[in-house]
Design a protein around this ligand. Structure first.
Ligand code: TYM
Length: 387
């Protein structure tokens, strides 16, 4: 038996008798020491914000957290905080899995009425993925357009690339790097002596945007504005290490987190959809024909044993519907009909094709309205109202 691997750069289910298993999310929760996002917390969120919980929350897609209750306390007391998330631009378009944290952050930005900072780790992709800087720059601009098309509010959103904003982060990067040992980093990230030195320096770069004094144009000199980071659970490692080792030493506030499960690869729930394996992915710029072909010919869709509910959810086609079909009643009916074999595999796939085509057609139309000038506005260091 080989244990499942959930690292910042690799996600793979456990291997039992040579067969790769679906990701075990409960196990991650225990291993990482995060908390379950309970129905009680979700209810409290709804009461405080007056918003219906996003279907990612209702359906356990965002399923884990660290100190989300503290964020709700702050909100209740009328105190401010900010959101932070990011993207490593490694493909010219985001894929259907990358969209999840950004769709969710846009929803949270509206629900809480708070600023968000979005880090584009073009440096990471140069160091880790062997991309040239020119390739990275092209991906960066296209990815920023995709992110803007998710509907972020220009007045409250700062998108920054590490190449461009590095000097703003540098004082905090140095403070973090002075406290992080090679030993701690190796344990957390699994670095080896053969890895390039650049990789060892990177984690601090992803950590410091959760210190508010990295953004004086938004928060002034304050180093104590709390931060909430929504992301898939693969990115938790940076913030786990920061919370445990760095923040207490520097006397900075620990960031809160909301973690999602992975949007699986087309081939199965054993791994996440990944831009570096393009056959595993549906990209936001795929044509409607390509989406149809990928789902109809490539998506894993096991026949279902009606007595075993987990098999429905380990079915990639059905899982995709839980991410992208908003209507709860319709989803429940499809699940019941599919389990009762009233809907065939091909019919289920066709339903998914329609849902995805509608979503991505709409997205592509919004994306067309995002100009180079707008990208520049989102990425310009500018004062933002924060009180
Ligand atoms: P990246 O570019 O690999 O992924 C961007 C965001 O998408 C999430 N994600 C997924 N979510 C659901 N299903 C999937 N299949 C899937 N694949 C990726 C990631 O968890 C991430 O939230 N180093 C980071 C960029 C980064 C960042 C951050 C991410 C910088 N600062 C702060 C989160 C929070 C990266 O390369 O992400």
């Amino acid at each position: 038996m080989e244990q499942q691997q959930i690292t910042a750069w690799n996600v793979k289910g456990a291997v039992v008798n040579g067969v790769v298993q679906a990701i075990d999310y409960e196990k991650i929760l225990v291993q990482f020491g995060s908390q379950l996002l309970t129905p009680r917390l979700i209810e409290r969120f709804e009461k405080l914000t007056g918003r219906k919980a996003h279907h990612y929350m209702r359906r356990g897609i965002f399923y884990s957290h660290r100190d989300f209750d503290k964020i709700l306390d702050l909100y209740e007391q009328g105190k401010k905080f900010y959101l932070y998330t990011g993207r490593g631009p490694s493909s010219k378009s985001l894929h259907a899995g990358h969209m999840i944290p950004f769709i969710f952050c846009q929803y949270l930005q509206e629900a809480f009425d708070v600023p968000i900072v979005i880090q584009m780790t073009d440096d990471e992709k140069f160091l880790v993925n062997n991309m040239t800087m020119q390739e990275g720059a092209l991906c960066l601009k296209n990815n920023v357009k995709d992110i803007i098309a998710c509907g972020f509010d220009l007045k409250k959103t700062f998108i920054f690339s590490n190449f461009r904003y590095y000097s703003g982060l540098l004082p905090n990067i140095l403070k973090v790097n002075k406290r992080l040992t090679v030993n701690d980093s190796n344990k957390a990230f699994g670095f080896s002596e053969l890895d390039c030195i650049g990789k060892f320096g990177f984690p601090a770069v992803q950590m410091v945007p959760c210190f508010s004094d990295s953004f004086p144009h938004i928060f002034g000199a304050s180093s104590s504005v709390p931060c909430l980071i929504p992301c898939a659970i693969d990115q938790d490692v940076y913030f786990r290490l920061l919370r445990r080792v760095v923040a207490p030493q520097l006397k900075y506030k620990k960031p809160s987190l909301l973690h999602s499960k992975f949007f699986p690869a087309l081939q199965g729930a054993q791994t996440k959809m990944s831009a570096s394996v393009s056959s595993s992915s549906i990209f936001c710029d795929d044509s409607m024909e390509v989406i149809e072909k990928k789902i109809m010919e490539g998506a894993q869709c096991e026949n279902v044993d009606t007595s075993d509910d987990t098999k429905v959810t380990n079915n990639v086609v059905f899982t995709y519907l839980t991410f992208y079909m908003e209507d709860d009643q319709m989803l429940d009916k499809i699940k019941a009909d599919y389990s009762a074999k009233l809907i065939s595999k091909m019919e289920l796939k066709k339903i998914l094709v329609t849902v995805l085509q509608e979503f991505f057609l709409n997205f592509q139309q919004k994306r067309k309205t995002v100009t180079d000038e707008l990208v520049e506005q989102f990425m310009t260091v500018r004062e933002m109202k924060f009180d």
